[in-house]
Design a protein around this ligand. Structure first.
Ligand code: DGJ
Length: 330
């Protein structure tokens, strides 16, 4: 009798542990149309970033909606949809995403304004400023030919907006295209962006209110032609994953490692491993999400662009495997 009870307890414990470990693994993977909101609609948040605040994940991304068209007279695949503003979704478990609406709305009939639907609003990222108690959003603002290349900034009292647009800037008079935002453990924040016509990446320290780029910046991956920066920190080391430059078509990722956010950065190989690793599994990374309360657990968030029908673009989220100061994604 005692034995039967013990065996029953062991089976229950094992199946509980096993199902939980499977669950945890599944939490970090989304492919194609698996990312849906709690209304059953596909999540519309591309080039996204995530803010974790008071137990809630807030996902911000580009709204891709409307007919895709090809901008004429460009020597690259300049496919465009009307700029749809920035969407926000919230979740407590990374699985169920509630649509919080468009938190930075585009405007119409004002082509000279940064947020006009005729412009480009890409890769929004949000961080929280503990001193000012404000939520700060930075994003890439551009014109159809991507010649404007500026960073736009917006502010809100609440994570889910609405955000008030404050304007755009060229940090230190340098171009800013694909970008991300990083808040370090000491509260300092940095803008990281493709600059110098996408040839070289810059990392620029922001002012203490996170609203203005400072003069302190560094040039990294010089003349490497990298895009879509995604940075994270684990056990004191900084990791920066980037893509190559091939318009909306997938290419091989690579990563770099540093002991200080301003560098020096040691360049490494493609972190993606396995079949189709050379095209990042048909995706382009854009953010690495630290899973809350699980040190060492990170999710690589990529976009699967559908270049001729951009609103049909989907996602690929995969776990990042860390082996000392090396990473692998599969
Ligand atoms: C690649 C970038 O990573 C995207 O964000 C977007 O700007 C496209 N290029 C435009 O072709």
């Amino acid at each position: 009798m005692k034995h039967t009870l013990l065996i029953a307890l062991l089976i229950t414990y094992n199946s509980f542990w096993f199902s939980n470990s499977i669950h945890a693994e599944n939490d970090t993977r989304f492919t194609d149309d698996e990312l849906i909101d709690t209304d059953g609609k596909p999540v519309n948040a591309h080039g996204a970033g995530v803010l974790y605040h008071k137990g809630v994940y807030y996902l911000f991304g580009e709204v891709k909606q409307g007919k895709t068209w090809l901008v004429p007279k460009q020597n690259w695949e300049d496919f465009r949809v009307p700029a749809g503003g920035v969407s926000c979704y919230s979740s407590t478990d990374l699985k169920h995403w509630k649509n919080r609406g468009v938190v930075l709305k585009p405007t119409t009939n004002n082509p000279d304004y940064d947020l006009d639907t005729s412009r480009v609003i890409e890769r929004p990222k949000v961080i929280y400023n503990e001193h000012t108690k404000k939520f700060i959003m930075w994003m890439h603002i551009d014109k159809n030919d991507y010649s404007y290349s500026r960073g736009g900034v917006a502010i809100s009292d609440k994570p889910f907006g609405p955000y008030k647009y404050l304007g755009s800037v060229k940090p230190n008079n340098q171009m800013l295209r694909d970008m991300t935002l990083f808040k370090d453990d000491d509260g300092k924040a940095y803008l990281i962006y493709s600059s110098e016509n996408n040839n070289t990446m810059h990392i620029c320290l922001l002012s203490s209110d996170y609203l203005t780029p400072t003069k302190a910046y560094t040039r990294i991956l010089v003349n490497e032609g990298r895009e879509s920066p995604a940075i994270f920190k684990n056990q004191g080391k900084y990791f920066l994953i980037t893509s190559g430059c091939s318009g909306w078509s997938p290419n091989a990722a690579s990563y770099a490692v540093a002991d200080h956010v301003m560098g020096p950065w040691l360049e490494r190989e493609n972190p993606c491993k396995g079949v189709n690793a050379e095209v990042s599994f048909f995706s382009q990374g854009g953010f690495v999400l630290p899973v809350a309360n699980k040190p060492g657990s990170f999710i690589f968030m990529g976009d699967r662009w559908n270049k001729t029908d951009l609103e049909k673009s989907t996602y690929l989220w995969l776990p990042v495997h860390i082996i000392n100061d090396k990473i692998e994604i599969y």
